[in-house]
Design a protein around this ligand. Structure first.
Ligand SMILES: [Zn+2]
Ligand SMILES: [Zn+2]
Length: 317
């Protein structure tokens, strides 16, 4: 069973995205790329090198539902005459075009983001959204942790690895301990724990960083020999990367905690201190990251939080 990476261009800051072809019955594509002509062309080329066409795809599995990973899904599904589409049930945000504006707006407000900034973020997201077609409820099925995706020879195990998003999944091939990890593992950058509503209680923020640490430890327990990420080269030394991630997260956490003044601060205020030069989408990612670190510090007893005028204010205990 061979895993073939195909690199596709994206219009996003992160650069090209990797999708993965498993050219074995049933022919399966893991992630699909953004909905652009260039990405579709590059995907066709990649499939052609394996003597395949989009119409040959029987199964599409998504690591998560960010536009750079899922954008072409509907188009490919139609071209492949109703290929099966699978995604984790917690990946609700973008999957079916339910953008959870209201939930996100409420969470951003609680994080102290001013109303005008929230409006700007919403407008910006409208632009990003154009790079993916929404899937209807009856156009996809769900994968769950521990499920085996069967192939003619061998299988891939679904490993739910929440953190970057609540429904992020990785795929583990036991035979050679290879993992396809989507944006859970990236060679050059520490993945952003994107601010999301909790799938089980949308009024709450998903504890993305705490969940992410568990996901990393789970992947580590497989002692992977090779990890294919959503962007950049594959990782052959996961142990080294795991330790680097942990160090980076601990350092960032200390920095975030030290930025909380005696008078208290919201996640938004901390993010503006931490990333004063951030503009447009980076302001959203900055507040995401600050909130994730504040949540983790709070859960570890390093900060306390109280609600003041509808905003969460963090203070040192
Ligand atoms: Zn992503
Ligand atoms: Zn990505």
């Amino acid at each position: 069973m061979k895993i073939v990476p195909i690199s596709l261009p994206t219009p996003f800051y992160i650069g090209p995205v990797n999708v993965y072809l498993i050219a074995e019955d049933p022919i399966t594509l893991i992630d699909t790329g953004p909905k652009t002509k260039e990405a579709l062309e590059a995907l066709r080329d990649g499939l052609r090198r394996a003597r395949l066409r989009p119409a040959d795809i029987r199964r599409i599995v998504l690591t998560h539902a960010h536009e750079d990973h899922c954008g072409l899904t509907k188009q490919l599904r139609d071209e492949a005459k109703d290929a099966e589409v699978l995604v984790h049930g917690w990946e609700t945000g973008h999957r079916a075009g339910r953008l959870q504006y209201e939930e996100n707006r409420a969470l951003l407000g609680r994080a102290g983001v001013p109303a005008a900034e929230i409006e700007g973020m919403r407008k910006m997201y409208e632009g990003v959204r154009a790079y993916a077609d929404a899937l209807e409820e009856d156009e996809h099925g769900e994968i769950r942790d521990g499920q085996e995706l069967e192939f003619a020879a061998g299988s891939l195990r679904v490993v739910h690895t929440p953190g970057h998003t609540p429904g992020s999944c990785s795929f583990f091939r036991e035979a050679d301990r290879t993992v396809i990890a989507g944006d859970c593992v990236l060679k050059r950058v520490t993945p952003n724990p994107v601010l999301s509503p909790h799938p089980l209680d949308p009024a709450r923020r998903f504890p993305s960083l705490a969940e992410y640490l568990v996901s990393l430890a789970r992947l580590r327990s497989f002692a992977p020999t090779l990890v294919h990420g959503g962007h950049g080269d594959a990782v052959s030394d996961f142990e080294e990367l795991f330790n680097r991630y942990l160090r980076a997260i601990r350092e960032r956490q200390s920095a975030v905690v030290s930025l909380v003044p005696a008078s208290g601060a919201s996640a938004w205020e901390v993010s503006r201190e931490m990333f004063p030069d951030a503009t447009d989408v980076h302001r959203f990612l900055a507040v995401s990251e600050s909130a994730a670190h504040l949540d983790l510090a709070h859960s570890e007893g390093k900060l306390k939080v109280e609600l003041s005028d509808g905003r969460e204010i963090y203070r040192k205990p």
